[in-house]
Design a protein around this ligand. Structure first.
Ligand SMILES: [Zn+2]
Length: 390
């Protein structure tokens, strides 16, 4: 890899160029990359030591996560803090976090050494009372005052959870609220084939799950409301995430091609954990759709390292250019979360949010970048706003 120099002034990158400035600090056998972007996680599960089981069927995993949430005694702030620390130490400087309370937003709002973040308030429910309550919760969340120092690096958003957990009226109202406030939204869409059974045939594993919870009534789904009808209102937002999209096909792709503010978030190791059929991320990128990467939570992933996601992709797709994989974990993520003017690449004027990668010793110093994502490479240091934090 050729030498390059990054000049940093205060919290920003002042210049970036090939070659070595005589007064530059030589970082040795290291690669300097933009801070990584984890576009989808749920930090409140960061205390988990291993993914929850069973991984299949998905609805049984949902049952396990509901049980885990109920049984956890550790305070939510401690669990989220664990996740923040883990994200930072693995090179992540921008996070798309899904929160079930205001605590997460408050942690990102108070702490100085935290990644940039979009904190999406998760809402779900089917009954009229629940719908009204969730709309109120969303209003209050978006009205939470941000500290002056946090305004540039923190943005609230809304997350109507998924078609199988949110009444269509609540879904549309929440997206409208996000639109009115000019904030992003994130929705789990097309994660399983069972979701299509539910929307298109009102049958399958989600009907069983909702029946068990006493929530099933065929009337809770709008007749004829398909996956693209869930995508359509998202196109009106400044930025929106269709999280997973594992089972998106030509119909959804066609819609997404005409809706550039919607990004798809692929969570590689979580996708692998659930044993889904191959993710169409490369096909989507080929069609010009923005595909960001996420870890999802520790309930479906052994850790929160976006760097490990990149290494996982390197191993599974050896033919791919390193630059393409790296872009998914940096600039595409920044675009997805609405922060691409500020971060995601090494460019003058952007925030000095960087990760320093220790390369394997047998790296030859040539122009071959293949060793960057070698399984032996690791995140050695992280810079946030011009300051090394470790
Ligand atoms: Zn998720």
């Amino acid at each position: 890899m050729p030498d390059a120099t990054v000049e940093i002034e205060g919290t920003r990158i002042a210049a970036f160029y090939a070659g070595r400035h005589p007064r530059a600090i030589d970082l040795g056998n290291m690669a300097l990359i933009p801070g990584l972007v984890n576009a989808h996680t749920h930090l409140e599960f960061s205390q988990l030591r291993a993914p929850l089981e069973p991984a299949s069927p998905f609805t049984d995993w949902i049952r396990a996560i509901m049980k885990s949430r109920f049984e956890t005694e550790q305070p939510v702030t401690e669990r989220i803090q664990l996740g923040i620390t883990e994200c930072l130490s693995s090179g992540t400087t921008l996070v798309g976090e899904i929160a079930t309370s205001v605590e997460s937003l408050r942690l990102f709002n108070m702490e100085s050494q935290v990644p940039r973040a979009v904190v999406f308030r998760e809402c779900l429910g089917f009954t009229p009372d629940r719908i009204a309550g969730q709309e109120q919760v969303a209003d209050e969340f978006l009205a939470e005052p941000l500290a002056p120092a946090a305004v540039e690096r923190l943005c609230p958003g809304l997350s109507p959870h998924a078609p199988y957990s949110v009444h269509p009226d609540l879904y549309l109202n929440l997206v409208q609220q996000a639109r009115d406030q000019g904030v992003p939204a994130a929705v789990h869409l097309g994660e399983t084939a069972a979701e299509y059974d539910l929307l298109e045939r009102k049958s399958g594993a989600f009907v069983d799950l909702l029946s068990e919870l006493g929530l099933w009534d065929p009337k809770i789904l709008k007749d004829g409301m398909r996956m693209t009808d869930y995508l359509a209102p998202l196109a009106e937002l400044p930025a929106a995430l269709a999280v997973h999209g594992n089972y998106f096909g030509p119909t959804e792709w066609e819609f997404l091609r005409g809706a550039p503010s919607i990004s798809v978030v692929y969570c590689p190791r979580t996708h692998h954990y659930f044993g889904h059929s191959e993710h169409p991320w490369l096909s989507m990128i080929g069609q010009g759709i923005n595909v960001a990467l996420g870890t999802d939570s520790r309930a479906s992933n052994p850790d929160l390292s976006l760097w490990s996601e990149l290494q996982f992709l390197r191993e599974r797709y050896p033919q791919l250019a390193t630059a393409l994989i790296l872009e998914c974990g940096t600039l595409a993520g920044a675009r997805a979360l609405g922060y691409s003017d500020d971060t995601g690449s090494l460019e003058a004027g952007k925030a000095a949010d960087l990760a320093l990668i220790q390369l394997p010793d047998d790296f030859d110093g040539g122009t071959d970048t293949d060793l960057l994502l070698d399984s032996r490479s690791y995140v050695a240091r992280v810079m946030l706003n011009g300051q090394w934090i470790n």
